[in-house]
Design a protein around this ligand. Structure first.
Ligand SMILES: Cc1cc2nc3c(=O)[nH]c(=O)nc-3n(C[C@H](O)[C@H](O)[C@H](O)COP(=O)(O)OP(=O)(O)OC[C@H]3O[C@@H](n4cnc5c(N)ncnc54)[C@H](O)[C@@H]3O)c2cc1C
Length: 287
């Protein structure tokens, strides 16, 4: 039998998953869907952009998945969590396929955040590759809710093909709200009139003042390395470039050591880490 945490027990008993009901499932791409989750009683745990939860597909397994948003029931009380899940293996496939009415387990949220408020008064550059747009989606929402606090806000998005791009509606809305949004694909399809090339090729033309810029970078490790180097090359201070690291995780709370990367436990000391700290660790293959 699967252990179930009593209401509100997430912080006190972080090893126990709490059951959440899937209230909506939106297909984003051929292999990716966004689930909105609701718990029947009790408030949602607070979460900060960049944090992740351990999601259980009952009877199959548990994997870390970032928060891609917190829904709102319309009565002013946030009762829903959003997770955007790409099906790559048994667990993510089962979670991604769970439809409305299905139940999945949630532990968390865990880990470090992007620390959006620390970018107050600065230009903000967000660079996302593929599913890496999911963990930065709450950043855009937080910034736009308090737009005057930040300088220029730029979002650079890379995808393999146009069909792989996430959240086209959000991209349009963010652009309309004054975010400079630039999108690039590796392989164009018929009718694509946009930019072609890896996402780093968008950095040179982006308008921001490097000396007063904070950057959040999320995507495959090689993309984050090249992006961070390009941003630092333009003059963004390395401590102000943050990346989100991925390692296989089990406990999510720093107990098991499964996600150790050098001196860091990524579930506890990450996933968001400043590039100055991450760079020497990312340089070593298979570390
Ligand atoms: C902090 C954190 C946040 C994450 N957020 C999201 C998210 O928002 N959305 C999402 O879809 N995924 C996210 N992931 C990745 C997700 O956890 C993995 O895709 C999942 O664990 C795969 O498990 P599986 O059992 O389905 O597949 P497995 O059978 O474990 O793996 C299938 C294939 O995927 C590869 N793989 C497994 N885990 C990873 C990984 N972490 N990174 C790269 N390749 C991997 C394996 O090498 C294998 O080739 C996140 C991972 C971490 C650590």
């Amino acid at each position: 039998m699967t252990a179930v945490a009593p209401e509100g027990a997430t912080a006190a008993a972080p090893a126990l998953p709490y059951p959440y009901r899937v209230v909506s499932r939106r297909v984003d791409t051929a292999d990716t869907a966004t689930l909105e989750l609701e718990r029947d009683t009790g408030p949602l745990p607070a979460f900060a952009p960049g944090q992740f939860a351990m999601l259980t597909a009952y009877g199959i397994g548990e994997v870390p998945i970032s928060l891609s948003g917190g829904g709102d029931t319309g009565d002013g009380r946030a009762r829903r969590l959003s997770h955007t899940i790409r099906a790559v293996g048994a667990v993510s496939r089962a979670l991604q396929a769970t439809g409305p009415g299905g139940v999945i387990g949630v532990r968390g949220p865990f880990g470090t955040s992007w620390d959006v408020p620390s970018a107050a008064g600065q230009d903000l550059v967000v660079v996302a590759g593929g599913i890496g747009l999911a963990p930065v989606r709450p950043v855009l929402r937080e910034v736009l809710a308090d737009r005057a606090t930040y300088g220029a806000v730029t979002l650079l998005v890379g995808g393999r093909t146009p069909a792989d791009l996430l959240y086209p509606g959000d991209l349009r809305a963010w652009s309309a709200a004054g975010v400079e949004v630039a999108v690039s694909v590796d392989r164009p399809a018929d009718g694509w009139t946009g930019h072609v090339g890896v996402v780093t090729t968008l950095i040179a033309a982006a308008r921001f003042d490097p000396a007063r810029t904070t950057a959040f970078v999320c995507g495959p490790e090689v993309m984050m390395r090249f992006t961070a180097q390009a941003l630092i090359g333009r003059g963004v201070p390395a401590p102000r470039v943050r990346v989100s690291l991925e390692r296989n995780m089990r406990c999510g709370v720093g107990w098991c050591g499964h996600c150790q990367l050098g001196p860091l436990l990524i579930c506890r000391d990450g996933p968001v880490v400043d590039y100055g700290r991450a760079e020497p660790l990312m340089r070593i293959r298979e570390l």
